[in-house]
Design a protein around this ligand. Sequence first.
Ligand code: AN0
Ligand code: CP
Length: 317
Amino acid sequence: MKNFTCVQDIGSLKVALDEAFEIKKDRFKYVELGKNKTLMMIFFNSSLRTRLSTQKAAMNLGMNVIVLDINQGAWKLETERGVIMDGDKPEHLLEAIPVMGCYCDIIGVRSFAQFENRDYDYEEVVLNQFIKYSGRPVFSMEAATRHPLQSFADLITIEEYKKTKLPKVVMSWAPHPRPLPQAVPNSFAEWMNATDYEFVITHPEGYELAPEFVGNARVEYDQMKAFEGADFIYAKNWAAYSGDNYGKILSKDREWTIGDRQMGMTNNAYFMHCLPVRRNMIVTDDVIESSQSIVIPEAANREISATVVLKRMLQAL
Ligand code: AN0
Ligand code: CP
């Protein structure tokens, strides 16, 4: 595997899951593979889990790691070509990227949607510039439209906890005070659509995701109805995708906050969220603290998904 940005890059999910469970049994099995290889992680946005789990994954593989937070200590970067650089940005991404590539073997990039221009975000301009100009294999640590390391960890978690071969998985929008990207829900939908699970998406009208991510999923606007018989509830907020509303908040309706009322409709479902989560906006204290909440094992599986991805990228060097 050269680059890792979406579900197609991982190939067979069955093979990927087998590798994940192999790594989980012995996470240092491939510790020789990364000797004298350097991972560079570039963050344009904040992170707790991705930063820590990906660094841990690299250490499992014997790699060296360099982390750069672009907004803390690096030069401010211009991203547009053709700009007369007489403002506050001393360096252009088009020099910075190949320079970063000189010091490492693999690059991870976190670069969220900016919500200024939908086409710019959905073309994944920043991530693709890394792929084009770094001269190194690149993986997404959440880009504008997807968060594949998260979705892979989510899939591993569902496989570990499911009680039936093909569980019913429901992704529910929930309210949040700030506009959040569609990357996590897009990506989760993309991975769920690649399985044979029953997959349902529920959200208020106006929050439709891009059709290429919704795929064949059932969209149900009645949250309580969507939750009926569910085995897994995957909560997430996202801002609107459609037309002029792109990046906007259309609702902060706390009727959608996931609590005992909604969970009571399910087949004693497990509760999942990628974290960070705002309690009593997305989910009540009681639900996230309940025995059905698997948000911590879900986060723990980030180390496993990242180890599989880095292992494959090292094998392809
Ligand atoms: C980010 C998001 O919703 O995309 C990161 C989630 C992993 N969340 C926030 O910015 C709160
Ligand atoms: N779930 C996730 O990616 O968390 P961070 O934003 O803390 O990395």
